[in-house]
Design a protein around this ligand. Structure first.
Ligand code: AMP
Ligand code: MG
Length: 518
């Protein structure tokens, strides 16, 4: 068989890529060793094909343009190629534990994810992980697989979140197969390649704490400090500084989620990234009509992870992380007081959550309303907007987007936002107060609108948009997955040609349910 030069070039690039991933020593996390992970090849996936591919993520990893066209690409990223890798470079499943729905769940671990290793490009080192690549020692009762439906949802949402400016794991590609997978119905298998600086979770720390493996706990913390917050080493207590970093990044992440109406759905401590990334997309959802108590996960019967509770749950999860790190705190104190001081110090650091979150959310909400200066009463104005939105189940994304059209002088631009509210009287009352508040700002309407459109997205991954792309993909038409991904990569742009992607959900979307099953 003869290759055209460009294909031969791609093949060489792919061979290089495979060799990099298949050659020890692999990445820093894997070098932590056998207490942290088990190496094994991916399970074979029958007749794999490409479903979705992010050229942008590929470029960020230093892959040449067009690499996905090489047949070796699909073989590598469905995991099949890993079956030939040397034993000491095989992919790995890591062990972690965690609190699920508020209850200690004991050992969990990567039950269907395999670390491939890490790639370095442009001074950035990113780990690659295959999700759905088969059973691991941590699969418990699971089959180690992910279905096409949930893999497409994660692919689309992680790319969308990135372009909303929200820290997240990213996606390189989705590989599908006709291989059946049993969930509530028979579906088909898919493997998602996700990419992040690190996949370490709160649950990794909890695991070694719970098993009294303090040396391993310290090694893990040292790894994260060394790689992601080397400045922590200069602090009086580097491990407390690590906790403070997690408090800060998690608080910031909650501001980001709340500000776009994103619900994660399963904020268990094993689904919380130590770097404050959005991770493990399962039954997530962007709200359409605003409901402060919205529960996006059909399996969350108590509503533990309802929209309005997310920041509090993040705080609760940080307590679990602090508990896990506790044995490392306070080394600078005398042994007789160390334990007491450690708790005191941890509580002090955790208190930083509220100090970080509350003003940051206020600032974000002010930006969403196009207010440049902070004034007394802004908080009340925001809260009243949410109350009216909640009472009317006004569309979250469109309400904020359309507020940019309001004029500070008269009601001429009210209609796009106003029409989203059944109770027009309530909206008008709020809009008049908003207008009065805008009068105190020096910016003109046009400048304010431009600024607002940079923080209030027009396009988010609404459930019905994902569902349409999934249904087409099930019929082997993957074009809608890519079209939707392309729209979501420019969420703040008008994109008038894609207006239909910004509209209210159709009636059938009301019956969509997302559960933990993925
Ligand atoms: P989640 O809440 O979906 O992040 O998953 C919780 C735990 O269940 C993690 O340890 C996952 O690796 C594991 N898990 C979820 N689905 C499967 C599956 N199909 N096969 C094996 N393990 C799974
Ligand atoms: Mg998980």
């Amino acid at each position: 068989m003869s290759f055209s030069p460009s294909i031969a070039g791609l093949s060489a690039a792919l061979t290089d890529l495979s060799n990099t991933l298949a050659t020890p020593p692999s990445n820093a996390f894997a070098r932590l060793g056998g207490s942290f992970l088990t190496r094994l090849p991916a399970a074979p996936l029958a007749a794999p094909y490409l479903v979705g591919f992010s050229a942008e993520t590929a470029a960020r990893l230093g892959m040449p343009e067009g690499i996905e066209r090489d047949p070796g690409f699909v073989e590598l990223f469905c995991g099949n190629a890993t079956r030939d890798w040397p034993a000491d470079a095989l992919p790995y499943a890591s062990v972690y534990s965690g609190h699920q729905f508020g209850v200690w769940a004991g050992q969990l671990g990567d039950g269907r994810a395999l670390g491939l290793g890490e790639l370095e490009h442009d001074g950035e080192r990113l780990e690659l992980q295959l999700k759905g690549a088969g059973r691991t020692p941590y699969s418990r009762m699971g089959d180690g697989r992910a279905v096409l439906r949930s893999s497409i949802r994660e692919y689309l949402c992680s790319e969308a979140m990135h372009h909303l400016g929200i820290p997240t794991t990213r996606a390189l590609c989705v590989i599908g197969s006709d291989q059946p997978v049993r969930r509530e119905t028979i579906e088909t298998a898919a493997v998602l390649t996700r990419v992040a600086p690190s996949f370490v979770r709160f649950g990794h720390f909890e695991h070694f704490y719970a098993n009294d493996r303090i040396d391993a706990l310290r090694a893990l913390a040292d790894h994260v400090i060394e790689r992601f917050c080397p400045h922590c080493k200069e602090a009086d207590d580097p491990y407390l500084a690590l906790l403070a970093e997690a408090v800060r990044s998690t608080a910031d992440l909650m501001v980001d989620w709340q500000a776009v109406g994103f619900c994660h759905g399963v904020m268990n401590t094993d689904n919380m990234s130590i770097l404050g990334l959005t991770i493990d997309y399962g039954p997530f959802g962007f709200m359409d009509g605003f409901d402060a108590g919205h529960i996006c996960n059909h399996s969350d019967t108590q509503g533990r992870y309802a929209y309005r509770l997310q920041p509090q749950i993040a705080y609760w999860n940080l307590f679990c992380l602090a508990q896990g790190l506790l044995p490392l705190f306070g080394a600078r104190h005398d042994e007789s007081v160390r334990a007491d001081k450690a708790v005191e110090d941890a509580q002090h650091v955790l208190a930083g959550f509220r100090e970080r979150f509350a003003p940051a959310l206020e600032n974000r909400m002010r930006a969403k309303l196009g207010l440049e200066q902070a004034r007394d009463g802004d908080d009340a104005l925001v809260n009243r907007l949410f109350e009216v939105m909640h009472a009317n189940r006004a569309d979250f994304t469109l309400t904020f987007r359309n507020l940019a059209r309001l004029s500070k002088h008269d009601a001429s631009g009210d209609a796009p936002a106003r029409d989203l509210f059944l109770d027009r009287v309530a909206f008008d009352a709020w809009a008049n107060d908003y207008r009065a508040r805008l009068a105190a700002e020096s910016r003109d309407d046009t400048t304010r609108a431009i600024a607002m459109n940079r923080v209030n997205p027009k396009f988010v991954l609404r459930n019905h948009l994902a569902e349409t792309a999934i249904q087409r993909a099930k019929e082997k038409d993957f074009s809608e997955v890519e079209r939707l991904a392309t729209v979501l990569r420019r969420p703040f742009d008008e994109q008038p040609e894609h207006a239909s992607y910004a509209g209210l959900p159709p009636d059938w979307a009301n019956s969509l349910e997302v559960s933990c099953s993925s």
